[in-house]
Design a protein around this ligand. Structure first.
Ligand code: NAD
Ligand code: MG
Length: 381
């Protein structure tokens, strides 16, 4: 039995991960769960999976849970709590599925504790990819198994290959809800932006998919996970979401991973790697799909994509600014406080005023993150 900690267990990835655990009951023992504010669902999960350790967003919720669980569960809260759960001695695998920059705290802690990390949270790699790469050099027993579907696909395509034989990575993306639509970005509502054509996900990543910021993040994520320079990572729009990404090798051969779009596949592989087990997920029938299409991304229509690649090129603390402002802007768009078209404008404005620190330490990244959030709040309010 693998002892498992799931951080962000009440989210889309977390709930799907618990579905995987239910399906492979005899393989996993859930010893830790975390949620930010959805205490109601967390209580249900505690009753079913009986973890010994639990973390919530703040002290008040921790007290509420303490009254509910009594002494049999150890309750933590906040970022310190996430770090404590990520470094639990008995844990074999830590799934990091919290959303946003908060994922960086448990990621650092899990690496320093030499854990196997199933990583769904991409923002941590966007904001601190170089710091994370350096940490891995120091803590060689730690490892990341990617859970993001594109990166899981690439990971599976290259696992028996030599790194020097990789020539290019092709990251595929559906194009989001507005790929083929002629719609003024001023008029896009949260309901329209949340209607993703192929994936059912948390709200923040669904908006990032609509702006295509998500694909920009995924290029940065791939660069840090696989050590491939940015100019050899290509984005390809693939509306059917069947080919989850591809790798081209020096001889011109291309390997790709195909499946129905269902995150439980990538999550299960991230938790069971290197083993595979049957799932109840619908099988792929290519004859019913008929065609697989591939297009160039439209950088003009999706300025967030351009901004993400620009931040990646500049490096240092710029991707942290990109992410922080994006988080604030998306949050405000979802609350109907700003228009969809304002998201890239706020990001661009604050990126322009930022003085980049070239090789930041984690403390500097968190400081810049706070600075960029404050600036963004000032601009959108
Ligand atoms: P979600 O919003 O559905 O869930 C987020 C989880 O994180 C919840 O459990 C929430 O309680 C917790 N959380 C939120 N803010 C927190 C904070 N400040 N501190 C601690 N916990 C906090 O998000 P999701 O769609 O499950 O995505 C989770 C992560 O996985 C994101 O980084 C996303 O980019 C990545 N990802 C998601 C998918 C997907 O299919 N949903 C696919 C690929 C990658
Ligand atoms: Mg993805």
């Amino acid at each position: 039995m693998r002892k498992l900690v799931i951080l962000g267990s009440t989210g889309s990835i977390g709930v799907n991960a618990l579905n995987v655990v239910r399906h492979l009951k005899d393989k996993f023992n859930v010893i830790g769960l975390s949620a930010y504010s959805n205490v109601r669902l967390l209580k249900e999960q505690i009753n079913e999976f009986k973890p010994e350790f639990v973390c919530v967003g703040d002290e008040k919720r921790a007290e509420e849970l303490h009254r509910y669980c009594g002494k049999k569960v150890k309750i933590f809260y906040g970022n310190e709590g996430l770090k404590a759960l990520a470094s639990l001695k008995p844990a074999d695998i830590v799934l990091i599925a919290v959303v946003g920059a908060a994922g960086l705290y448990p990621l650092i802690s899990a690496i320093e504790s030499g854990k196997r990390i199933a990583l769904a949270n991409k923002e941590s790699l966007v904001i601190a990819g170089d710091v994370i790469t350096k940490l891995f050099k120091k803590h060689t027993s730690a490892e990341i198994i990617p859970v993001d579907s594109e990166h899981s696909a690439i990971f599976q395509c290259i696992k028996n290959e030599s790194h020097r034989d990789i020539s290019r990575l092709f990251i595929t993306g559906s194009g989001g809800p507005f790929f083929r639509k002629k719609i003024s970005p001023d008029k896009i509502t949260p309901v329209q932006a949340l209607a993703h054509p192929s994936w059912s996900m948390g709200k923040k990543i669904t908006i990032d998919s609509a702006t295509m910021m998500n694909k920009g993040f995924e290029v940065i994520e791939a660069h840090h996970l696989f050590g491939i320079p940015f100019d050899r990572i290509k984005l390809v729009i693939h509306p059917q979401s069947i080919v989850h990404s591809m790798v081209e090798f020096c001889d011109g051969s291309v390997l790709g991973l195909l499946s129905v779009p269902d995150m439980r596949l990538a999550i299960q592989y991230g938790l069971t790697y290197p083993e595979r087990y049957p799932t109840k997920i619908k099988l792929l029938d290519l004859t019913k799909i008929n065609k697989l299409e591939f297009y160039q991304p439209d950088y003009k229509k999706f300025p967030c994509l351009q901004l993400a690649l620009e931040a990646a090129r500049i490096g240092g603390t710029m991707p942290a600014v990109l992410n922080a402002v994006n988080e604030v802007a998306v949050h405000n768009f979802l609350k109907n406080k700003i228009k969809f078209s304002i998201i890239p404008k706020v990001i661009e404005k604050i990126m322009k005023t930022h003085k980049v620190i070239k090789n930041p330490v984690p403390g500097e990244i968190f400081e810049i993150d706070t600075w960029a959030r404050r600036k963004a709040e000032e601009l959108v309010c």
